[in-house]
Design a protein around this ligand. Structure first.
Ligand SMILES: [Zn+2]
Length: 256
């Protein structure tokens, strides 16, 4: 199995990163892409990828981080050229976390502008995108239609319906599924309708721990098996078949 979106670069794993990695390996997780959310966590993802052969890195500035860091295109471009950087992300749009008093129109414009800059960067670096999108699928679709993204990418932690998914699939994007789909039956229809070739599986750990584990426990790559099992069950196929297909999807997109 490949965990296409993890955050072992976060400080949540500072005290037991080696053990976490060992548990993932024992569970059959062969490769892990650690995803940066700002310059600091992006650099740590790259450092870890240089240390562990089965780790890869994605570098980007998360839309909810743009007010905490001045976006530096050149810095991210330099990082993107490191050998084990396989994607630009997570980047995108997040309209969920606006606070009272925020100038929402201005915040949205700022997010869109920085996302467009990252599209330019992904094209310059010749890498796919790992896209974070919350409550903003319409605006995301508009941007992806207006700005050519050479290597396309994945809509990570997808929470829309199949009709929405299809709009992105038709543009060449993969749909990233994680523990969220184990929380109830509401994603079963999406899972059934999705073609295997369009699915990417991830943990987004330390967040989104899959059921039947306790949602409050820290998530980690070893737990990806529960998400695999759920998708395989809904699609009435074996975990192995699902793994072969989705691992191929990840290998092809990220070149790993
Ligand atoms: Zn994430």
């Amino acid at each position: 199995m490949i965990d296409t979106h993890a955050h072992l670069n976060f400080s949540d794993f500072d005290t037991d990163r080696e053990e976490t990695f060992a548990r993932a390996t024992a569970e059959g997780v062969k490769q892990i892409i650690n995803v940066g959310t700002n310059l600091d966590t992006a650099r740590r993802a790259v450092m870890l990828a240089e240390k562990y052969p089965s780790f890869y890195a994605a570098i980007g500035l998360h839309p909810t981080e743009i007010d905490k860091e001045k976006f530096d295109y050149a810095e991210y471009l330099t990082l993107s050229k490191k050998t084990k950087v396989v994607a630009i992300g997570e980047v995108g749009l997040d309209y969920h976390y606006f606070r009272e008093g925020d100038d929402i129109a201005r915040e949205k414009e700022k997010q869109k502008k920085i996302f467009q800059e990252f599209i330019r960067l992904a094209n310059e670096a010749d890498k796919p995108l790992i896209i974070h999108c919350r409550d903003a699928y319409d605006d995301l679709e508009k941007i992806l239609k207006n700005y050519l993204v050479k290597k396309k990418g994945v809509i990570h932690s997808f929470v829309g319906g199949y009709k929405t998914a299809r709009r992105f699939i038709e543009m060449g994007y993969k749909i990233g599924l994680n523990g969220i789909i184990t929380y109830g039956a509401s994603y079963d229809r999406l899972i059934k309708e999705l073609n295997l070739k369009d699915i990417m599986i991830e943990t987004d750990c330390p967040y989104l721990t899959p059921l039947p584990l306790n949602k409050t426990t820290r998530n980690e790559p070893a737990y990806i098996r529960h998400t695999f099992e759920r998708i395989a069950k809904v699609k009435a196929i074996s975990v192995n078949e699902l793994d072969v297909c989705t691992s191929n999807n990840a290998s092809a997109l990220f070149g790993i």
